[in-house]
Design a protein around this ligand. Structure first.
Ligand SMILES: NC(=O)c1ccc[n+]([C@@H]2O[C@H](COP(=O)([O-])OP(=O)(O)OC[C@H]3O[C@@H](n4cnc5c(N)ncnc54)[C@H](O)[C@@H]3O)[C@@H](O)[C@H]2O)c1
Ligand SMILES: [Zn+2]
Length: 370
């Protein structure tokens, strides 16, 4: 079954079944014009009329209170009610901000998301979290607003920068750390980007749909993140620290790149015997090798980084979920075998980070030597 068959009519059907009084469409400005036209037609066949269409500049700057106020004014002008539906087409920042505005307008206008980046396709569009940045910190204001449907079509991604595309694949890799089926899918996946034809785009769409199922299953068990949903943070404790560390520099890392480094670190932890409850099986080491190779080829990282353990620790220590002087994390013991919560002590983190950096440098020298 290809990606199209897996999810093509669901969103149009969901739109029709929701019997909206009005449908509005908010999408990224920069998307492919032909595809926008194609989807406009699909929308019009599902709902006869659009009360409004708006092309916006996406990315992180959209996640502000000011932008939300603008959106609320537009919702008012369009006459949106609680019986309306807002369709978003864009990256995670756009679906987060528009989703947030829609969820507070009249106590909740329903949503359909059409993600246009790998990260939003497998992660941000799912699970119902919306949010904007506030008071200098990320995602401080937000709601839970589960969309009626999410539709994944990799064709949108042909206009995305290769760097953003690759970075988003870190979340696809993360799902392969968490789930055996997703791991097998990713190991079997040999496609290159950009695809050469419609069939190859469909294969990418299928990979994203299947990968997104990992998040959907986990969220279904814990929609409000009170327990097991935290395993989706694998690679993120260190990843968020790297993201924050580099954000004020001339070369900020993308979220996915930082998460990819965090995932490399979780793989290193088992080879280094950090979380030693029960020895790791041979199988886990083989899986770790495969995942490391996939990460290296699929998600290239910025070169020449040097983060000190001390500074990373300080960034990680900011997280409110930490207890005392220890840092809460999620550890990997093999595909689908996750330990949580685990707690880092400063000394053991520093020793592990130093050993990781040494092994990374050795690996990089081997990779670049003729
Ligand atoms: N709600 C959640 O559960 C959740 C989960 C993970 C991440 N997020 C959020 O998602 C955001 C990151 O999402 P992202 O990685 O999709 O990045 P993004 O939304 O910031 O998009 C990256 C850049 O690509 C542009 N863009 C998007 N799609 C494009 C396309 N098809 N062609 C050309 N340009 C395109 C955007 O305008 C932006 O400049 C963050 O704000 C993060 O907090 C939310
Ligand atoms: Zn992430």
């Amino acid at each position: 079954m290809n990606g199209e068959e897996l999810n093509s009519h669901d969103w149009q059907e969901a739109l029709q079944l929701s019997k909206p009084d009005r449908v509005a469409w908010i999408h990224e400005k920069c998307l492919d014009q032909e595809l926008l036209g194609h989807y406009r037609t699909k929308l019009l066949t599902s709902c006869t009329d659009l009360c409004g269409e708006l092309g916006l500049e996406g990315g992180e700057p959209i996640k502000t209170w000011l932008q939300v106020e603008n959106l609320l004014q537009i919702f008012k002008d369009w006459g949106l009610t609680r019986s309306s539906v807002v369709v978003t087409t864009g990256g995670g920042a756009l679906s987060d901000a528009v989703g947030f505005a829609a969820s507070i307008w009249k106590r909740g206008v329903r949503l359909i998301h059409i993600p246009t980046t790998p990260l939003s396709a497998v992660d941000a569009a799912w699970g119902g979290k919306t949010g904007i940045n506030w008071g200098g910190a990320k995602n401080q204001l937000g709601t839970f607003a589960e969309p009626l449907a999410v539709h994944i079509d990799a064709q949108w991604m042909r206009t995305l920068s290769p760097r953003h595309f690759r970075a988003g694949l870190a979340e696809v890799a993360k799902h392969a750390f968490l789930n055996l089926e997703a791991f097998d899918d990713l190991c079997a996946h040999t496609l290159s980007w950009p695809p050469q034809n419609k069939e190859e785009f469909d294969l990418w769409s299928t990979l994203f749909v299947k990968s997104s199922n990992v998040k959907r299953q986990i969220v279904a068990d814990d929609p409000e993140e009170r327990g097991v949903r935290c395993i989706l943070n694998l690679g993120h404790t260190l990843g968020h620290a790297v993201e924050a560390y580099t954000s004020g520099t001339s070369e900020p890392w993308l979220h996915g790149e930082a998460v990819a480094l965090g995932l490399h670190f979780t793989l290193f932890e088992i080879s280094h015997g950090v979380w030693t409850m029960g020895n790791c099986q041979e199988l886990s080491h083989e899986q770790a090798k495969k995942l490391s190779a996939i990460l290296h080829t699929q998600v290239p990282l910025p070169q020449n980084w040097s983060f000190t353990a001390e500074e990373l620790w300080n960034y990680m220590a900011h997280d409110k979920k930490n207890v005392g002087n220890e840092i809460r994390d999620v550890a990997w013991r093999g595909v689908g075998h996750i330990l949580w919560p685990v707690h880092w002590k400063k000394k053991s983190f520093e020793a592990t980070w130093s050993a990781f950096v040494r092994s990374w440098e050795k690996f990089s020298q081997r990779a670049t030597s003729p």
